[in-house]
Design a protein. Structure first.
Length: 96
């Protein structure tokens, strides 16, 4: 019973993170993935069990998501203020 509950929690966490990464900018998606992986590694190193690994991934994903969102917002603000005619990516990005 305990194993089933853990799998359900893991599946729910993964689906929420996957859906949260879909409606985001590029830095927010990268931050979410990197934060989740880093958090899982730290959680596993500290706790050494599955629950701490999943908890670390969730916390790391949330922190990485927020850091990436702030970077996307900063890029958006810079593109409107300092670079009004150059679009979302001020210096690096696709040039079509």
């Amino acid at each position: 019973m305990k194993t089933i509950r853990l799998w359900i929690t893991t599946a729910a966490t993964a689906s929420v993170m996957a859906l949260a990464g879909c409606a985001a900018g590029p830095n927010q998606q990268l931050g979410l993935g990197a934060g989740a992986v880093g958090g899982a590694l730290v959680g596993n190193a500290i706790g050494g069990n599955t629950a701490s690994t999943v908890g670390g991934a969730a916390i790391g994903g949330l922190i990485g998501n927020e850091v990436g969102r702030n970077a996307d917002q900063r890029n958006y603000d810079n593109s409107r203020g300092y670079y009004p005619n150059r679009g979302y990516y001020p210096n690096n990005g696709p040039r079509y």
